[in-house]
Design a protein around this ligand. Structure first.
Ligand code: ASP
Length: 355
């Protein structure tokens, strides 16, 4: 059985639709309304035109693929990524763009993963969500959803303006694998410190064409599913113990580790720490160095405290986010066969996720 139900909505009737957009509804706060008992419950997308009447101003064919089991995004796992990527794959030719409604908590992880899984993407896949449910009076859901739909359907010279995976939130369009959730209360929940904002929505939607990934003519979409999960994240902190580090590195089947280090990629230089990482690398575990800072990048060798990491073969993640790093590691372990290929993919940008 398909894990979703398809709901068709015509905002254009009786005119012919100008664009077709598929909305993939996975759950999260955006789609919630209050029921009679004043409890928040997922909203039935059949009624979207009642909830967001301004959608009637667009001439659109909208299809909502509503997950049978709507989830809080804390429960997202790679099988949901397969479902999202599979929907884009199965309906790629039918729609001008795709919206993914997703909880904000893990949106940056899912959107990053999807950016890696959709190789050769030439259409917009825009993730959005909300801090307040669509049923709440002051909700940010309507604006986020309407503008995401507008961006997903916009074209210039018969080509989509956006041809990559993005997050649209609180007036900003961000590259998905550059974005991070930075705020849990205010509306400006996402930022991409290391990459320019792709577009800002005010009276008009102003795109930064120099930052958008260019449309690539004659490229075919290849969807890479079945993402491996044998990875871990190790955040260093003052006082980190040998038992903790060795415990993580001895996890059965571990194939990749993101190490979140200080500043420009620095970590303790104690012998037991470096030895533990070196043993893991010798066993074939890939270790990717990512900074705990929001901005800037890893430069291994800049300080004495990162020289050993470099010499034992820890890979620099440069200016990648942790969310993009862990999903890229999962992707690379799944779809690059040899150690050399995996290494090669990790040190270069695959989808604009690092410089
Ligand atoms: N916990 C919710 C989720 O991530 C929060 C949200 O939707 O913004 O699903």
């Amino acid at each position: 059985m398909k894990p979703y139900e398809l709901i068709h909505i015509e905002t254009a009737t009786p005119k012919a639709p100008e664009s077709a957009v598929m909305i993939i509804y996975t759950g999260g706060t955006l789609g919630m309304v209050y029921n009679e008992e004043q409890a928040l419950v997922p909203f039935d997308f059949q009624n979207i035109l009642d909830e967001v009447p301004s959608l009637r101003n667009f001439n659109l064919k909208i299809t909502v693929a509503s997950f049978n089991k709507l989830i809080d995004s804390s429960n997202v796992n790679p099988s949901h990524w397969d479902d999202i990527a599979g929907l884009v794959e199965d309906h790629y030719d039918e729609y001008d763009g795709f919206i993914v409604i997703h909880g904000t908590d893990t949106m940056a992880y899912t959107a990053s993963a999807i950016s890696f899984m959709l190789e050769g993407l030439n259409k917009p896949v825009i993730f959005t969500g909300a801090q307040l449910p669509i049923g709440a009076a002051r909700s940010d859901a309507r604006e986020n959803l309407i503008t995401a739909i507008e961006i997903a359907s916009q074209k210039l010279n018969h080509r989509p303006i956006v041809s990559e995976v993005c997050i649209y939130f609180d007036n900003l369009l961000l590259r998905a694998n550059r974005a991070k959730k930075v705020e849990s209360v205010q509306f400006d929940a996402f930022q991409s410190e290391n990459y320019p904002v792709l577009a800002e929505a005010g009276v008009i939607i102003e795109y930064d064409f120099s930052a958008l990934r260019p449309y690539q003519a004659e490229v075919e979409l290849k969807v890479r599913k079945n993402i491996q999960q044998e990875v871990a994240i190790l955040k260093v902190f003052p006082g980190i113990s040998k038992a903790f580090v060795e415990g993580i590195l001895s996890i059965n089947g571990l194939r990749g580790l993101v190490i979140e280090t200080y500043g420009s990629g620095n970590a303790p230089t104690e012998k037991w720490f470096i030895d533990a990482l070196q043993n893991a690398i010798e066993k074939g575990i890939l270790i990717l160095n990512v900074s705990q800072c929001m901005g800037g990048k890893v430069i291994q060798g800049r300080y004495q405290t990162s020289k050993d990491l470099q010499s034992i073969g820890v890979i620099s993640g440069s200016d990648i986010t942790t969310e993009a790093a862990i999903t890229k590691l999962m992707y690379v372990l799944s779809h690059a066969d040899t150690k050399e290929m995996q290494h090669k993919y990790l040190i270069k940008p695959l989808r604009g996720e690092m410089e």
